[in-house]
Design a protein. Structure first.
Length: 468
């Protein structure tokens, strides 16, 4: 049996699409692996194709993609390497020149991967450079037309315990720093009827939670009845059409958080975890970024979410060191983080992306100043997250157990990872001979104990918990 190896970089959306592609290969009888390799791991002669789903959000993301591509070429000398995703969309020619065993499929045509298994079954002896040549010709032909943006949907998630559904892709904004909009194209939305059918299939398949993923949730727009449905209406319909599956929103734009949306997310089946795309606490910086909101909108969104949900996990994205960002601008960002009380801040140093307006913006912020600002955001985030975890000590919350491969023996203990309704990543400790291990994907009640120390952590965990 031939094996297909997947590597996924970047956002949750890429993970969803990789799962859909993996499902297409598995259904065709291929073995599929999706465990990320390290430089120390051995390769395998059974792997005939490697698929790497890339990101272009920062220069570091592209650098990581190139490193993994080279590693795959080295570890799997008989395999072709298919590079897709956002980086493949904007730098296809450069990537193809890296090696003759590489074929490139731009991210806007990623759904074509679902047709690759049948091609490989028709010519089972192709491998390496010959397979790459065949696939590149196939990709070039298919990419001349349009590819359905939601072709890689699946109701089976082999490598993630919590299911996801892509409901929107692309972006119509012109944010000056963003290369993603160039890679993914204009906004498109999954029709309401299709979204309902897919979530109902997930619920029927036994999924306990679905993460609704988007590029820009504010631009969800689908024909519905005599008009159009926005995200609030879509979520209302999804809740009405299902019985017990829970919903998690991958990312919120502050401008869509209003009383009408909050009326919907007040439903107990909407998880109490919200990640807000903020980027800066300074109106001057937001204006240079060409963001469609100002800081007052962020404060209002946070206020409404806290009124709607009891002690929600509130996270945000922040870019530090954007061109022209002064000490006064960053002081406003610090003030925003503190006054909004964000539980976690995903801090990025500004990365000038070719093809964007900000690529040539001046004055640039010195690297050491940007690093200091990122360090402040990360320190704030660590302290805030630990305080949030501590505030739940002794309380019982619902959690979804993570996949089986996240379970491991550590110091003669069995560690099971679970994610709570409010996004705490828990370690649950069992004796090594325990027979009462919850299955991956199951919902359990856990009692929160305390934040984990750095020495105690395994994987992404941050909280010590026990079964209630």
């Amino acid at each position: 049996m031939k094996t297909i190896h997947f590597e996924t970089l970047g956002c949750k959306l890429n993970q969803v699409e990789s799962e859909g592609a993996a499902r297409a290969f598995a259904d065709a009888g291929f073995a599929v692996t999706m465990e990320s390799l390290s430089a120390k791991d051995a390769g395998s002669d059974d792997v005939s194709l490697c698929v790497i789903n890339t990101c272009t959000v920062t220069a570091k993301a592209e650098q990581k993609a190139r490193r993994i591509i080279r590693m795959l070429l080295l570890k799997f000398p008989q395999a072709a390497v298919c590079v897709t995703g956002c980086y493949a969309q904007v730098e296809a020619a450069f990537i193809r020149r890296m090696d003759s065993r590489i074929c490139v499929l731009g991210g806007q045509h990623k759904g074509v991967i679902a047709d690759v298994p049948s091609l490989m079954l028709r010519e089972p002896d192709l491998c390496g450079e010959k397979l790459a040549e065949k696939l590149q010709a196939f990709f070039d032909e298919k990419s001349r037309g349009s590819t359905p943006a939601f072709k890689l949907a699946t109701d089976t998630f082999s490598f993630h315990s919590r299911s996801s559904l892509k409901i929107q892709d692309g972006c119509n904004n012109v944010c000056t720093y963003c290369r993603i909009r160039l890679a993914r194209g204009k906004s498109v939305s999954l029709p309401v009827e299709e979204a309902i059918a897919q979530v109902q299939a997930l619920e029927k398949a036994g999924q306990s939670e679905v993460v609704l993923t988007t590029v820009n949730i504010a631009q969800y727009r689908s024909p519905w009845k005599d008009g159009y449905a926005d995200f609030a209406e879509l979520l209302r319909q999804l809740l009405s059409a299902t019985e017990h599956i829970f919903f998690r929103i991958s990312s919120l734009y502050p401008e869509i958080v209003d009383e009408r949306l909050c009326e919907v997310i007040a439903n107990p089946r909407v998880q109490s975890h919200f990640h807000i795309s903020v980027q800066s606490g300074s109106d001057a910086v937001l204006a240079r970024m060409k963001r469609p909101y100002r800081i007052a909108t962020v404060y209002k969104a946070v206020e409404l979410l806290r009124k709607t949900k009891d002690r929600p996990f509130l996270a945000c994205d922040v870019i530090a060191g954007f061109p022209g960002e002064t000490e006064e601008d960053f002081a406003l960002t610090k003030k925003m983080c503190e006054e909004c009380g964000f539980t976690w801040v995903h801090a990025f140093p500004f990365s000038p992306r070719p093809g964007t307006e900000a690529y040539t913006m001046r004055p640039m912020v010195a690297n050491n100043i940007t690093s200091d600002r990122v360090a402040w955001l990360e320190a704030f985030s660590k302290k805030s997250r630990e305080a949030y975890i501590s505030s739940f000590a002794g309380e019982t919350v619902s959690a979804v157990c993570e996949t089986v491969h996240r379970q491991r023996l550590v110091r003669d203990r069995l560690i099971v990872h679970a994610v709570t309704q409010n996004f705490l990543h828990c370690q649950i400790v069992f004796p090594p001979d325990s027979q009462n291990i919850p299955r991956a994907g199951s919902v359990v009640q856990v009692k929160i104990r305390r934040p984990l120390t750095d020495a105690e952590r395994t994987g992404e965990s941050d909280t010590l918990a026990e079964l209630a």
